[in-house]
Design a protein around this ligand. Structure first.
Ligand code: 8ID
Ligand code: ZN
Ligand code: ZN
Length: 348
């Protein structure tokens, strides 16, 4: 039985109060499904959205969130490949046009008409969330819904970024921001993909998690060590074959080419407000460095990332809180105090 009303976290303006209140349960359109969200991850993107950090307009008032795992409770009349009772995930890319050059090439994150969960359409910080049927992630029944939630943005994104890095098995991949939400999954996907993981972040708790729980071989503490010199030291003086930039601060975006190996690739993923990438031209040219961006993943990347999880290769530690505690989690995130990911239990 689908209720008329549900609990949600809603804000009316950037940096304004986030209200935990009852709102109507939405009704799915013909090509949509309604998912009863059991658990939702909290991504730093949700904090950027609340603060209005980016040059991209958002829906207001807004229900944020885009790592929602739950059960399909209603489907539109045109939907025939996913049914009531199936487990499904709402991810950042809620829908796309299906007809533009990018959609036709399965590059749907680049679609100019893309709908973004918890940004241009209401997201997963509510108990019932709408997704376009073509884009909701298919979650196998044996997978736990709390643990899979972070995979729906963090997992997909880092898995794609690692593929985009062009690294091969045996290569060293430096993960900057390794102790955060994306980072904790990045260490594990990188290891599962056969890379040597060099984690970069700050503090002993993150160090312990990266080295003892996530499979990193080395940890560089940016708050205490010279990152460029230490990474070079750990890589025979050459630097890492690939650098995955997940940090929410500008400095690593201006430093990474210096600890990237010649012919290596720097993949930019983190989205600090108003930040710029810069690198000295001469060494970038003569060392043949590639600098690129990577943005979430397409539907196949989604299912592949879930498959790694299903096979037991990914089990990053996460903490659980209640949907009502979102504001507290945002505060911890702002302070950089979260080790790994927080997942919210959406049952009231
Ligand atoms: O598709 C995309 N490109 C995409 C998808 C999802 C998220 C991009 N993102 C973006 C988010 O919007 C955010 O800007 O990735 C960034 C990271 O998201 P997150 O992992 O959810 O954030 P977090 O959990 O707060 O982790 C950030 C980590 O960076 C570390 C912090 O200590 C924290 O562990 N960090 C910082 I801040 N400065 C650092 C530095 N100088 C640093 N680590 C190393 N060096
Ligand atoms: Zn996200
Ligand atoms: Zn399109």
């Amino acid at each position: 039985q689908i209720p008329e009303m549900q609990w949600a976290q809603v804000f009316e303006k950037n940096n304004g109060p986030i209200e935990y209140k009852q709102i109507p349960v939405p009704k799915p359109g013909p090509d949509e499904v309604l998912v009863n969200i059991k658990y939702t991850g909290v991504c730093h993107t949700d904090l950027h959205a609340w603060k209005g950090d980016w040059p991209l307009a958002e829906k207001l008032p807004l229900v944020g969130g885009h790592e929602g795992a739950g059960v399909v409770v209603a489907v539109g009349e045109l939907v025939n490949d996913i049914k009531v009772g199936d487990h499904a995930g709402i991810k950042w890319l809620n829908g796309s046009c299906g007809a533009c050059d990018f959609c036709m090439a399965s590059d749907e994150p680049l679609c100019g008409q893309a709908l973004l969960s918890g940004y241009t359409v209401d997201g997963t910080f509510q108990q019932y969330c709408i997704g376009k049927a073509a884009h909701v992630a298919r979650i196998p029944k044996e997978v736990k819904l709390d643990a899979i939630a972070p995979v729906l943005c963090a997992g997909i994104t880092v898995y794609k970024a690692l593929k985009e890095s062009g690294a091969r098995s045996g290569n060293t991949v430096a993960i900057t921001g390794a102790g955060g939400g994306l980072g904790s999954l990045a260490c594990q996907y990188a290891k599962a993909m056969g890379f040597r993981v060099l984690a970069i972040d700050g503090g002993d708790e993150k160090k312990d998690m990266c080295l003892n729980k996530l499979g990193a071989e080395d940890f560089v503490d940016f708050t205490k060590q010279d990152v460029v010199a230490t990474v070079k030291d750990l890589t025979g003086g050459l630097g890492a074959h690939a650098v995955i930039l997940l940090a929410v601060s500008e400095k690593p975006f201006q430093q990474a080419t210096e600890y990237c190996r010649s012919r290596g690739t720097v993949v930019c993923v983190g989205l600090p407000a108003k930040a710029r990438i810069s690198a000295e031209v001469f060494p970038t040219v003569v060392r043949m460095i590639t600098i690129k961006g990577s943005y979430v993943g397409n539907r196949l990347d989604t299912q592949e990332a879930i498959d790694f999880f299903k096979r037991g290769l990914i089990n990053a530690p996460f903490k659980t809180a209640k949907l009502s505690e979102l504001t507290k989690i945002f505060k911890l995130m702002e302070e950089g105090k979260i080790v790994g990911r927080y997942v919210l239990d959406c049952s009231a």
